[in-house]
Design a protein around this ligand. Structure first.
Ligand code: SF4
Length: 374
């Protein structure tokens, strides 16, 4: 179906809503954020669920809300504490923006999460998807959500013959989702569509036999479910080799960590110094160069410590960590990044990205093998 023709009849609309809501009523999974109508708690869940698996959020959500049970508690917390509770969830800008937005809610909205599209979209970190989700689920406002799951279900149900990632298609799908939305149950409708995408209308091998939309689904009728959504050819994921210096004091008791700049990937988290290998450079040379550039010290790169691979959303890295000692100089924050000397038993007090945390786990494991630290 072309984008121009994406307009359901009254009968199609009624059938879509009724079948979907009945199915959701019977099959929805139990989630901690589905047991509350507190806009703050729903907002936190929606931020956590962006780009993170439901099972992971299920583990983090209760601990985060135990630490920050109200928007006032979150607003009053210091940022390092918030990042520590977010550690491992990834996409750390979400935590920084949530924290900043909580302060705005307290300072400018008397601690009440705004209930209008214009006001809620002013908050840091809230885009069209999160705004629609919070407004519909917490306040029963008629705003449809459009995420990857909804895009897939609607593209299949209406056999959308356009690149679903294009702006035109996304706009048309959003209009369609708003047209289909059940006006008296917008929150349930949105969650039902996303739940269907997660449980039945999955990216590969959709479970059409268990789908309430089977009889109204155009892709299923044609047997072309997996042809939708139409997307452009995927491009290869870039890969980078990263050298990392584990710079120890002479007695081997403490090592250097530094905090990443606030803006950009993993902003505000702590890490071991290091960076990308340049063309024609050995990993050892890359390690020494990066440590020098970031901390102004000459280090002797003594021995490889550990190599690991890690995948981010848009690229992959292989991280090569080396044990180092200072040859010359005193550390200084050359690139404006604060640094600390910390003992191995203090590393858990800081929030680290996942790849660095794996290095810490390896450091802790080898602590029981003293020869590696002699
Ligand atoms: S019938 Fe199949 S392809 Fe169509 S919406 Fe349901 S699960 Fe998706």
């Amino acid at each position: 179906m072309s984008l121009d023709a994406l307009s359901p009849t009254d009968r199609q609309r009624d059938a879509f809503r009724t079948r979907l809501l009945d199915w959701y009523d019977q099959h929805k999974r139990s989630m901690p954020w589905r047991d509350t109508d507190d806009p703050y708690r729903i907002w936190v869940s929606e931020i956590m669920l962006q780009q993170t698996r439901v099972d992971t959020v299920r583990d983090y959500y209760p601990h985060f809300l135990e630490a920050f049970p109200t928007v006032e508690a979150l607003a009053a917390a210091d940022r390092d504490t918030v990042l520590k509770y977010w550690e491992g969830l990834g996409f750390y800008a979400r935590a920084r923006h949530l924290h900043e937005a909580a302060q705005t809610v307290v300072d400018e909205h008397d601690g009440t999460v705004p209930d209008t599209m214009d006001a809620i979209k002013e908050l840091k970190g809230i885009g069209p998807y999160t705004a629609a989700a919070v407004l519909s689920i917490a306040y029963q406002k008629p705003h449809a959500v459009l995420d990857g799951n909804v895009t897939r279900v609607l593209s299949r149900a209406f056999a959308v013959e356009e690149d679903a990632t294009s702006t035109a298609a996304q706009n048309a799908l959003r209009t369609l989702a708003n047209d289909l939305l059940a006006p008296d149950q917008p929150g349930d409708f949105n969650q039902a569509l996303m739940e269907l995408g997660a449980l039945a209308c999955t990216p590969s091998t959709p479970l059409c036999d268990r789908c309430p939309l089977q009889e109204v689904c155009q892709a299923h009728a044609a047997g072309t479910e997996e042809d939708y959504p139409i997307t452009p050819e995927s491009t290869p994921v870039p890969h980078h080799d990263i050298a990392v210096g584990l710079v120890f004091t002479d007695d081997g008791d403490r090592l250097l960590i530094q905090r990443r700049p606030d803006d950009g990937l993993l902003g505000g988290l702590w890490e071991f110094p290091g960076g990308k290998q340049e063309d024609g450079e050995s990993m050892e040379a890359a390690c020494a160069r990066e440590v020098k550039e970031e901390l102004g010290i000459d280090v002797a790169v003594e021995e490889p410590f550990y190599t690991l691979s890690h995948a981010y959303s848009h690229f992959k890295i292989t991280l090569h960590a080396f044990r180092c000692r200072i040859d010359e100089g005193t550390p200084e924050a050359r690139e404006g990044q604060p640094f600390q000397w910390v003992g191995l038993d203090e590393l858990d007090d800081y929030a680290f990205p996942r790849a660095n945390r794996r290095l810490i786990e390896e450091l802790e494991r080898r602590q029981t093998e003293p020869s590696l630290f002699d």
